[in-house]
Write a protein that binds this ligand. Structure first.
Ligand code: HMG
Length: 418
C-alpha cells in the first residue's frame, strides 16, 4: 500500500508527518513545515519596495505524480478550491496508465534590440550579420559569469517589422530564468548595433515569448482507466477540439491549465507573469487564440499533449530567500530547470484532464462547489467545528452560495441555545 494512501483525508499534522518520513526533506525544511515558517519581514522588505508585510496563500502537495517513470511529490500554491483535488484525481488516473512523458526541446532565452531611423536597412542587416561573432563576444563580455557555467550568448537573428530592424539575441542561461543576464547582454551590445546600423536603438529587453524554451508533456490513458470509458474519452477529445476553434472556450480551457501551472510556478518561486505572458502568446502563434493542449483518440486510448514555453528557473530571483520555496525544492528533490519545466507542463495537462472530464460528465459545479463549501462556510463566519458542519449542510442543500451559508450558520448557532 502506498505511503500516501488516503493522504487527503488525513489531518495537516499527519500529512506533515508522512512527508517527514520520506527522507527528502532537510531538517530545516521540516522545521519550515512544522512551524509554518514564512518569508521573514526583513528579507521581504529587501525584495519589494514600500513593504508593509507578507501575504500568505495555502501550500498543498499532490503526493504522487508519475513523470518520466519517476514519482514526484508536487508542492502547489493556490487560493482556489478543487484545483489540488482535481490534480490528485488526474494524477491517480493517469499514473495507472504509466503517467506523463515530457520532453524539453531546447532552453535558450531570447531578447531583442529594436533599431529604427535606419538610413539603409539592407546595409544595416549585412553589417550586423558580418559582425555576428563580435556581437556575441560583446554580449558574453557583458555577463561573463555565465560562461563559467557553460552558458552564454549563442546566436543572433534579424527581422524587419515596418521600419524596425529587430535584432534577436539567443542565450543559454543555464539554471536561471535569465532576465537580468540577457538584459545585461542586450544593453551591452546596443551601442555596437547602433554603430553598425547607423540607426537608433529604441529599446533592449528580453522577450517573454520564449519560443526556444518549449517543453511538451504527453500522456496516454487507456479507456478502461477513465471513469465513463470510451464515451467520456470521445467527449474530452471533442472538448479539446472546441478549444481549438472557439477563442471564448480556449481562454477558459487555458485558464484551467494555468490552475496547475501557476500553482507549481508560484511554489517554486518563479515569475508567473513571465510564464503566463509567454504561454498566452504561444496560444495565438498562428493569429488565433487556441487551447494549449490537445486530446485525441488513438485506438483504445485517450492521448493528451501540451506544449508550452517554460523558461523556468531553479536559481536566482527570490528562489533562495523564501523558506517555503526551499521546502518546495526539497519536496521535488531538486530538479534541474529542464526537469522542472517538464513537471510544470505535466501539471498543466493533468489539471486540464480533470477539468475536461468533469465538464463533459457531471459538470464543473458538482466537484468544485463540494470543495468550495468550506471557503463559503469560513466567509460566512463559521469557526472551528462549525466549518465542516456548515460545509456539509451546504453540500446537501440546493444552493451552494454565501447567502445560504450565512442562513445555515444562523440556524446552527440558534440550535445551540435550543
Ligand atoms: P469526485 O469524483 O467527486 O471525487 O471528484 P471523489 O470524492 O470521488 O474522489 C476522487 C479522487 O479525487 C480522490 O481519490 C482524490 O484523488 C481526489 P481517493 O484518493 O479518495 O481515492 N480528491 C481529493 N484530493 C484532495 N483533496 C480532496 C479531494 N477530494 C477528491 N478534498 C473532483 C471531485 C474535484 C476531483 C472532480 O470533480 C474534478 O476533478 N473536478 C474538476 C475541478 C477543477 O477543475 N477545478 C478547478 C476550478 S474550475 C476552473 O477554474 C477551470 C475550468 O473552468 C477549466 C475549463 O473550463 O476547462 C473548469
Amino acid at each position: 500500500m502506498s505511503l500516501y494512501s488516503g493522504f487527503h483525508k488525513k489531518t495537516r499534522q499527519e500529512r506533515i508527518h508522512i512527508l517527514t518520513t520520506t527522507k527528502t526533506l532537510t531538517p530545516d525544511s521540516i522545521e519550515t513545515l512544522t512551524i509554518d515558517r514564512n518569508l521573514p519581514e526583513d528579507i521581504a522588505g529587501q525584495i519589494a519596495e514600500n513593504h508593509i508585510g507578507t501575504f500568505a496563500l495555502p501550500m498543498s502537495v499532490v503526493p504522487e505524480i508519475v513523470v518520466n517513470g519517476r514519482t514526484y511529490t508536487l508542492p502547489l500554491v493556490t487560493e482556489e478550491p478543487s484545483v489540488v483535488a482535481a490534480l490528485n484525481y488526474a494524477s491517480q488516473i493517469i499514473g495507472k496508465s504509466g503517467g506523463f512523458t515530457t520532453n524539453s526541446h531546447e532552453r535558450l532565452m531570447i531578447g531583442q534590440v529594436a533599431l529604427y531611423d535606419l538610413p539603409d536597412l539592407e546595409k544595416a542587416k549585412v553589417a550586423i550579420r558580418q559582425h555576428q561573432t563580435e556581437i556575441l563576444d560583446l554580449a558574453n563580455a557583458s555577463h561573463p559569469s555565465i560562461l563559467k557555467r557553460g552558458g552564454g550568448a549563442r546566436a543572433i537573428r534579424l527581422d524587419t517589422k515596418e521600419d524596425f530592424l529587430i535584432v534577436y539575441l539567443l542565450a543559454d542561461v543555464k539554471e536561471a530564468m535569465g532576465a537580468n543576464m540577457i538584459n545585461n547582454m542586450l544593453e551591452g551590445i546596443k551601442p555596437y548595433l547602433v554603430e553598425l546600423s547607423n540607426g537608433q536603438a529604441l529599446m533592449a529587453i528580453l522577450s517573454n515569448y520564449a519560443t526556444e524554451s518549449l517543453v511538451t508533456a504527453t500522456c496516454r490513458i487507456a479507456f478502461d482507466q477513465i471513469p465513463g470509458g470510451q464515451e467520456t474519452a470521445r467527449k474530452m477529445a471533442l472538448a479539446s477540439r472546441l478549444a481549438q476553434i472557439d477563442p471564448y472556450r480556449a481562454a477558459t480551457h487555458n485558464k484551467g491549465i494555468f490552475n496547475g501551472i501557476d500553482a507549481l510556478v508560484l511554489a517554486t518561486g518563479n515569475d508567473w507573469r513571465a510564464i503566463e505572458a509567454g504561454c498566452h502568446a504561444y496560444a495565438c502563434q498562428d493569429g488565433q487564440y487556441r487551447g494549449l493542449s490537445n486530446w485525441t483518440i488513438e485506438d483504445t486510448e485517450l492521448v493528451g499533449n501540451l506544449t508550452v514555453p517554460m523558461p523556468i528557473a531553479t536559481v536566482g530571483g527570490s528562489i533562495g530567500l523564501n523558506p517555503k520555496v526551499k521546502l518546495a525544492f526539497d519536496l521535488l528533490q531538486h530538479p534541474d530547470a529542464k526537469t522542472l519545466a517538464g513537471l510544470i507542463a505535466a501539471v498543466g495537462l493533468a489539471q486540464n484532464f480533470a477539468a475536461l472530464r468533469a465538464l463533459v460528465t457531471t459538470g464543473i459545479q458538482a466537484g468544485h462547489m463540494k470543495l468550495q463549501a468550506k471557503s463559503l462556510a469560513l466567509l460566512a463566519g463559521a469557526k472551528g467545528t462549525e466549518v465542516e458542519a456548515i460545509a456539509q449542510k451546504l453540500r446537501d442543500s440546493q444552493h451552494t452560495n454565501l447567502e445560504q451559508a450565512k442562513t445555515l450558520l444562523e440556524e446552527l448557532r440558534a440550535s445551540y441555545s435550543d
